[in-house]
Design a binder for this molecule. Structure first.
Ligand code: HEM
Length: 228
């Protein structure tokens, strides 16, 4: 199980409500742990063949692992919206404080994974060709990583940067712009996303889920503004 899986599972100890609620909470956690393992499994199946073929060291050591990091990282990025969206059915199963704690921890893991993905992809170019090749789909990844980095720096260094809550919120909103950009990047460019239809369907479903969460958040914001 990856680090985020155990963190998500630890959340089960802080669930509350009726016994049936805690069964639902555990079921939801199991699903949350299983989902990233699915694209990871598809990657393992392909990677085993590649490693057995004994391909180029840079490909096996940089390019291939970079893809695995991205496949898990993207799913964890989606979880961030679920954890932070104050969905009533989720808050019936877990305390808000536990959700926010998970949001912070999963956010760190997701960022680390996608950062390493981007760095490894750029390093691969440099090792193999001595220069970085950029084209639209790849540049989308870079734009996404840059936007995410700004949001992460603002969240991690909130105090030293002396940001107001308003400034932090505005910067944090960047993550909502980043997500569709990196999903498009993954769908356009990814090998697993283009060779395993169920992985493609999963990432498309994440995009649909993201749109639903965005509409939910906008609707709540509208209601809060109306109520003053
Ligand atoms: C937030 C930032 C990013 C996320 C979430 C992300 C996510 C992904 C995902 C999920 C894939 C599909 C992998 C597969 O299907 O096997 C992918 C592919 C790829 N990404 Fe990124 N990416 C990001 C940033 C970057 C950056 C900065 C670069 C480098 C400039 C990059 C380069 C690539 C390349 C070259 C591929 C194609 C790999 C293949 O052949 O399958 N990505 N990315």
């Amino acid at each position: 199980m990856d680090g985020s899986g155990s963190i998500l599972l630890r959340m089960s100890s802080s669930t509350h409500g009726a016994p049936s609620g805690s069964v639902a909470a555990k079921a939801l956690l199991l699903i949350a742990v299983a989902v990233p393992l699915f694209p990871a499994g598809a990657w393992v199946r392909e990677a085993l063949q590649m490693y057995a073929m004994g391909l180029d060291a840079a490909f096996l050591g940089l390019y291939l692992p970079a893809r695995l990091l991205a496949l898990i990282g993207l799913v964890l990025m989606f979880y961030q919206f679920v954890l932070a969206s104050r969905l009533s059915f989720v808050e019936r199963l877990y305390r808000r404080a536990s959700l926010l704690k998970a949001h912070r921890t999963v956010g760190k893991i997701a960022y680390l994974l996608v950062l390493l993905h981007g760095v490894a992809m750029l390093a691969f170019d440099l090792v193999v060709a001595g220069e970085i090749f950029l084209f639209t789909e790849k540049t989308l990844g870079l734009i996404g990583l840059a936007g995410l980095s700004v949001a992460v720096v603002a969240a991690w260094f909130f105090k030293p940067l002396k940001l107001s809550l308003r400034q932090w919120r505005a910067i944090h909103l960047l993550t909502w712009l980043v997500f569709p950009i990196v999903v498009l990047h993954a769908l356009a460019l990814g090998t697993t996303t283009n060779s395993v239809p169920l992985v493609r369907a999963l990432f498309t479903a994440l995009l649909v889920g993201y749109v639903a969460l965005l509409l939910y958040r906008l609707n709540r914001l509208r209601r809060e503004t109306k109520a003053g």
